[in-house]
Design a protein around this ligand. Structure first.
Ligand code: ZN
Ligand code: FE
Length: 256
């Protein structure tokens, strides 16, 4: 059983695509191809043949390259059953709790509504990898375009149950702006302050801050910490329902 070999491809302003190979079977997947060109270039460079597109949700900056890649490589498109009519070229439809087999590797599928109603995430447990699209970001979470705070909090809680060592392969480099906001709602969090300092240093050199780990997110991401007494106190919401705290945090970020 060999782990996925994962390559990060930066595209557009701040999107990350993930191209990965399962070495035993030779299967190759691309997560959320916003565009086709850079994926085709990277495939060429590595000498890999694309077999699967793995979509988390329907937004154009995640599916814009689907049809061109499918046409040029004959790959299979995988996405959410609940959003099949909005995923271009979809072949395999997945829902919550499904196990998606990728050679020797298995991905557990989570339905994580909030950012969009049909958003799903893929957890490759044996590779310690979570492809979470625009649900969870380093120190942030996706905007609630098609869902409620309660749905998003419930979705993020699915990730809180996964191991701390899990790498968070999210779809955008939003970390520095997220950190600037996070310290305003969780000012007493020392781990967060230390992380903010590290992030500033990385971004000065234009080094990616992604992937992070779920352990880091659980201890420093305010959107994962709506039941934390320190964060609740800073928001003036001590003892409040976590959904209320999450909703307040999201609302403040939206107007930050
Ligand atoms: Zn999106
Ligand atoms: Fe996006």
């Amino acid at each position: 059983m060999s782990k996925l070999e994962i390559h990060q491809i930066p595209v557009l302003n701040d999107n990350y695509l993930y191209l990965f190979k399962e070495p035993e079977s030779g299967l190759v997947g691309i997560v959320d191809p916003a565009v086709a060109g850079p994926v085709l270039d990277k495939l060429d460079e590595l000498g890999w043949t694309l077999t699967h597109i793995i979509n988390t949700h329907h937004h154009m900056d995640h599916t814009g390259g689907n049809l061109e890649l499918k046409e040029k490589t004959g790959c299979i498109v995988v996405g959410a059953k609940g959003d099949a009519d909005r995923i271009p070229g979809i072949d395999i439809q997945l829902e919550d709790g499904d196990i998606f087999e990728f050679g020797s590797q298995k991905a557990r599928v989570f339905e994580v509504p909030g950012h969009t109603r049909g958003h799903i995430a893929y957890w490759f447990e044996q590779s310690d990898a979570l492809f979470c699209g625009d649900t969870l970001f380093a120190l942030g979470c996706g905007r609630l375009f098609e869902g409620t705070p309660a749905e998003m909090w419930h979705s993020l809680n699915k990730f809180r149950k996964l191991p701390d060592s899990t790498k968070v392969y999210c779809a955008h480099e939003y970390t520095e702006a997220n950190a600037r906001f996070a310290v305003t709602v969780d000012p007493a969090n020392k781990a967060l302050r230390a992380r903010y300092a590290e992030i500033r240093e990385l971004r000065k050199k234009l080094i990616p801050t992604v992937p992070s780990t779920l352990g880091e997110e659980k201890s420093t991401n305010p959107f994962m910490r709506a039941d934390d007494p320190g964060l609740q106190a800073a928001l003036g919401l001590t003892g409040a329902d976590p959904i209320t705290v999450f909703a307040e945090t999201r609302a403040r970020k939206d107007s930050f």
